[in-house]
Write a protein that binds this ligand. Structure first.
Ligand code: DON
Length: 319
């Protein structure tokens, strides 16, 4: 890695380059997301020593949205092993939108009869992953989910209640997905509880610094580099990163990987986390999204910063 001053200069340069970029649009299918300031723009990067480099607004909280899918999937893998997610949900891209019901129909009937063709980073698979977290009651399961997210972030996170209420009142599509997931065996019981817990996890409030620390926990073998807590077994991390690489940026996951090589996950909040294994975890929050649903400024800033810092794990210098 470069010296601290050089890392900061790279981050400052990306911030300055994209601060005035006006492109994309806030998500508005969850009413509360349309109200978030579209000019919010924060960049945070965490290195192996737990040092945090920032530019812009890294303190304002947004709802974590789909970035939570990574951590609930990781929690299930931690509890139940790599095969749990692969055999119950699948680890392939659907090639369809993240909230597609057609994707559920397309793979119906394969559970138990072969490898299911879904993944835990789209809504159907994520609702299924949430339903897999063990616990005797909704409260017990919720305490585990928010606890795992908090351990990765290194502070006690809480739910943004206005977002939770807004999404709960408008998530009929996810309810339909939950019911279908029960019908086809991906969710074993109580789909309304799974959808509610999923909605809660998407409403967890995080700032850019939290997201960068969560990414760094994955970058450094499951150990939060600031708190030194081993949150996820190191042997379980590569599987989590593989699903992020395959499906983290929706239908643009291939393009993203082509230009960055980084496992990443975006959310409709405008956040993206990305992981350079052994080098850094990075997060950017900027709400306006492109057609594929990914933050415009976040994609550009992370690409520039990672490439300037040699973050692409596929890129080795000439022999
Ligand atoms: O369920 C939803 O639609 C949102 N809570 C999250 C969507 C999101 O961020 C994109 N998903 N991969």
């Amino acid at each position: 890695m470069k010296a601290p001053g050089e890392i900061q200069a790279v981050i400052d340069a990306a911030y300055a380059r994209y601060r005035t970029l006006e492109a994309g649009k806030n998500a508005d299918y969850i009413p509360a997301l349309a109200d978030v300031d579209p000019h919010l723009f924060g960049i945070a990067l965490v290195t192996a020593d737990g040092r945090v480099y920032t530019a812009g607004d890294v303190k304002t909280e947004v709802s974590i949205q789909s970035i939570s899918k990574v951590f609930t999937m990781a929690q299930v893998i931690q509890e139940q092993g790599l095969d749990s997610i692969a055999t119950r949900i699948g680890v392939d891209a659907t090639g369809m939108r993240f909230n597609s019901l057609v994707a559920v129909e397309a793979v119906r009937g394969v559970v138990g009869a072969g490898e299911p063709e879904m993944n835990a980073l789209v809504n159907p698979g994520a609702i299924s992953a949430t339903s897999m977290v063990s616990g005797g009651s909704a409260d017990e399961i919720w305490a585990k989910i928010i606890g795992f997210h908090s351990d990765c972030a290194g502070r006690a996170l809480t739910v943004l209640e206005d977002v939770y209420r807004s999404e709960s009142a408008s998530n009929h599509r996810n309810q339909a997905i939950g019911a279908l997931m029960l019908a086809y065996g991906y969710v074993k019981s109580d789909w309304p509880r799974a959808v509610d817990l999923y909605t809660r996890q998407c409403s967890i409030g995080v700032n850019t610094g939290d997201l960068a620390m969560m990414a760094a926990t994955l970058a450094f073998a499951g150990r939060n580099p600031a708190s030194a807590m081993q949150v996820l077994d190191h042997a379980k991390v590569p599987g989590v990163l593989a699903v992020m690489a395959t499906a983290g940026l929706y239908d643009d996951s291939g393009k993203w990987l082509y230009y960055t090589g980084l496992p990443a996950k975006s959310g409709v909040c405008g956040g993206i986390i990305a992981v350079s294994p052994g080098k850094f975890g990075i997060a950017v929050v900027s709400p306006p999204l492109d057609e594929a649903g990914n933050s415009v400024r976040a994609q550009r800033a992370i690409t520039d910063i990672s490439n300037a810092l040699g973050g692409n794990p596929y890129a080795v210098g000439p022999a």
